[in-house]
Design a protein around this ligand. Structure first.
Ligand code: HPA
Length: 271
């Protein structure tokens, strides 16, 4: 990754009309419908954006959508890049840097995750308060990182407290029950063993997924306020573990998605 590449990606999008978005949104697996709410959408497919990584997982349509949502200019990633697809940390976080260069000053992230905390149920939404990086690397571990921002990034409170408070207020107002907790990020793509779920619980995770943490690290490196919301798609009880069912995970994500859309759109209105 070079600054010149980032500039070319940014200039391409600006030439397509992606003019000064305020808010960037990353939509997780099975959570793409928010883009239907965008007025006057402009679409840029990842494969057309210079130096963008390419989307591979088939249920990701792989595009950036720009437009107006609740009166604000937004840019939405429908489909993200995962380490488990073979991408590097710098690939996974490249679009965050480009959205920052386009002008975003807030970032919202969503993901599908498994519930480690057994008080949480599939179909619940969890506001991420903190995380544990179990991905075995960092998007900041490269030679010339200092050219792009801080290397030794503070992570004492990586999820913006002000937006978190607003999300809680919105959930109360809209009657959405909202869990809060710690998200552990693993590489995947295999799901966890019973022993791994047991370990995740012991080390303090409430949910587990295969994304989000690299993007949050880069948001902090760029001093970009960020929040993340997990849609809990399965219950990870090591003493009563059912074999994974990806179509059920997608089905639960789709069923729960409207709550996430409400939280995000109402938050946009409050900012
Ligand atoms: N583990 C990891 N990632 C996931 C899970 C899980 O149980 N559910 C949804 N994404």
């Amino acid at each position: 990754m070079t600054q010149k590449q980032l500039d070319e990606s940014t200039q391409y999008l600006q030439s397509k009309g992606f003019h000064k978005p305020e808010i960037g949104i990353v939509l997780g697996t099975g959570l793409g419908k928010l883009v239907d709410e965008i007025e006057d959408p402009l679409v840029a497919h990842y494969h057309n954006i210079p130096f963008f990584p390419l989307a591979t997982v088939e249920f990701h349509s792989g595009k950036l959508v720009y437009g107006t949502l609740k009166g604000k200019k937004v840019v939405v990633m429908q489909g993200r890049f995962h380490l488990y697809e073979g991408y590097e940390f710098t690939d996974v976080t490249y679009p965050i840097r480009v959205m920052r260069q386009l002008g975003i000053n807030k970032l919202f992230i969503s993901n599908a995750a498994g519930a480690i905390n057994l008080n949480f149920k599939k179909g619940d939404i969890m506001l991420v308060e903190d995380h544990i990086n179990l991905q075995g690397g960092s998007p900041l571990a490269f030679k010339n990182v200092a050219e792009f921002g801080d290397r030794f990034v503070d992570m004492s409170d990586p999820y913006d407290p002000d937006m978190r408070k607003k999300i809680e207020q919105i959930a109360t107002k809209m009657g959405i029950s909202l869990q809060k907790g710690v998200y552990a990020a693993v590489v995947g793509p295999q799901l966890e063993t019973k022993a791994e779920y047991r370990m995740l619980k012991i080390i303090g995770a409430d949910a587990v997924g295969m994304s989000t943490v690299p993007e949050v690290i880069i948001a902090n490196h760029l001093r970009l306020p960020v929040i993340a919301v997990s849609v809990l798609t399965d219950e990870c009880d090591p003493d009563d573990l059912e074999p994974v069912n990806v179509s059920e995970i997608l089905e639960v994500a789709a069923r729960t998605e409207p709550k996430m859309i409400t939280l995000f759109t109402e938050l946009i209105q409050l900012l």
